[in-house]
Design a protein around this ligand. Structure first.
Ligand code: SDX
Length: 429
């Protein structure tokens, strides 16, 4: 990484600061010496202009609408690869050879089962518990069942924990779904690929054979690829911050799932479908566009806008194509797709959305696709978590293996009371 110099003058004092140049994208001003040199902090709530780390995994050019996984464009990976190949790429930095892919698939496949006692863990929940609440708890509980892969200082245990996490997250997700509908858990089958296995664990019943639809399996596998990683988004930053204290990887991923659940983040796919159902017909779109533009109305167009993309989210384009593919395969004509397409058309021509560079993001079309596949809306963010687990693990692993990584401990701008004396109860009015 090449360096140049910048300087900042604050309080009449000029301080030299190194400027680091990445492989692509914006340079960064290294402010680590700022506080000791000036006694001042930087201030950036929401980290709109802050690089929290150095990473080699994923790169987004928000203005151009570009997303690269280890340098490969998302369009090419989605078209030519499969999800486990993407997992290998994100974890190890290179596309696997045939032997490496076969070995990786073998390892993941043989870690998909869950400790049998964990099945009892689900019984503690009400049947109508939101599956994301179950996932936060179940993934955190993995550290209670797999002690032998929680020592993060041991590279072997890190590899085992990473493998277990990627392998078991679909099994746990399917169990959360089955529990919510009162059906028995379905064990994984080792002769199925990752995504076909997941579909079978979700939709098979013990009373009859289940045949995975290859078109749906390929579509869902592509959806997993699209959701696998995305730089330092809220949930990934949560995983990194949790991991920076030395917490075990299962606990860190549970924290990531909790953050992803928010409707401003991964929960948006569920919120988009609820919004489309509330809009109901294309005729009602102008009313909701007006609400989205009204400063006094908290309503936002779910599935629109992004902190980084100020152009069309490249994943949304692939998502829209996948939606049509799935609806055609299933012979489903979903009026919500008509509403979504018309909403997108109107919004993309509206001055407000153009001026604020608000485009559809990955969540805008994913819900329609997952609904057509018979997933309930409460499972949409769970599926996002299944896919994003590899990104969280890859980013966690990169941080743990970075010799310069430190515990994350931001400072603040304090605007509370200056020091004051305690007032005894008798003197309080
Ligand atoms: C994901 O970070 C990632 O990479 C996330 C993700 C990933 O893969 O990990 O891509 C996944 O989370 C996608 C985003 C899903 N969320 C939604 O679809 C929810 C709806 N979108 C908004 O909540 C919002 O766009 C965010 C949260 C996504 C981004 O918010 P920012 O970057 O903080 O932008 P902002 O709130 O400062 O908005 C800028 C302006 C504001 O107006 P002004 O105050 O400048 O007048 O745009 C407006 C906002 O009011 N705006 C919207 C809007 N999004 C932003 N107005 C109406 N509808 C919207 N959706």
């Amino acid at each position: 990484m090449t360096e140049s110099k910048g300087s900042i003058t604050v309080g009449g004092k000029t301080v030299d600061l190194p400027i680091k140049k990445g492989a692509v994208g914006p340079d960064v001003i290294d402010i680590r010496s700022l506080y000791s040199s000036t006694g001042m902090f930087t201030y950036d709530p929401g980290f709109t202009s802050t690089a929290s780390c150095e990473s080699k995994i994923t790169y987004i050019d928000g203005d151009a609408g570009i997303l690269l996984y280890r340098g490969y464009p998302i369009q090419q990976i989605a078209e030519h690869g499969d999800f486990l190949e993407t997992c290998y790429l994100l974890l190890y930095g290179e596309l696997p050879t045939g032997n490496q892919k076969a070995d990786f698939d073998y390892r993941i496949t043989r870690h998909t089962m869950i400790h049998e006692q964990m099945a009892r863990f689900f019984q503690a929940f009400r049947r109508d518990a939101h599956p994301m609440a179950v996932m936060v708890a179940a993934v955190g509980a993995l550290s209670a069942f797999y002690h032998d892969s929680t020592n993060i200082a041991d590279p072997t245990q890190r590899l085992v924990a990473s493998t277990r996490m990627i392998a078991k997250i679909p099994t746990l997700a399917a169990m959360a779904y089955k529990y919510s509908i009162g059906q028995p858990f379905i064990y994984p089958k080792n002769d199925l690929d990752y995504t076909s296995n997941f579909l079978r664990m979700c939709f098979a019943v013990p009373c009859e054979d289940y045949k995975v639809n290859p078109v749906l399996s390929r579509a869902l596998d592509r959806i997993f690829i699209l959701h696998a990683d995305h730089e330092q988004n809220a949930s990934t930053s949560t995983v990194r911050l949790s991991g920076s204290s030395g917490a075990n990887p299962f606990a860190c991923i549970a924290a990531g799932i909790a953050s992803l659940w928010g409707p401003a983040h991964g929960g948006a796919n569920e919120a988009v479908l609820k919004m489309l159902e509330e809009i109901g017909t294309p005729e009602r779109i102008p009313h909701f566009i007006a609400r989205a533009k009204d400063k006094d109305d908290p309503f936002r167009l779910m599935g629109f806008g992004h902190r980084v993309y100020k152009n069309y989210d490249p994943r949304a384009k692939i998502m829209q194509m996948t939606t049509r593919e799935v609806l055609n395969e299933l012979g489903v004509k979903d009026r919500l797709l008509d509403v979504a397409l018309e909403l997108e058309r109107i919004a993309l021509h509206d001055e407000y959305f153009i001026e604020k560079k608000l485009y559809p993001n990955i969540d805008f079309y994913s819900g329609i696709t997952l609904k057509a596949m018979n997933f309930p809306t409460t499972m949409f963010t769970v599926l996002f978590a299944v896919a994003r687990t590899v990104g969280w693990i890859a980013q966690w692993k990169e941080m743990i293996e970075d010799p310069g990584s430190k515990i994350g401990r931001p400072r603040q701008l304090y605007t509370g009371e200056p020091q004051r004396e305690y007032v005894p109860m008798s003197k309080r009015v």
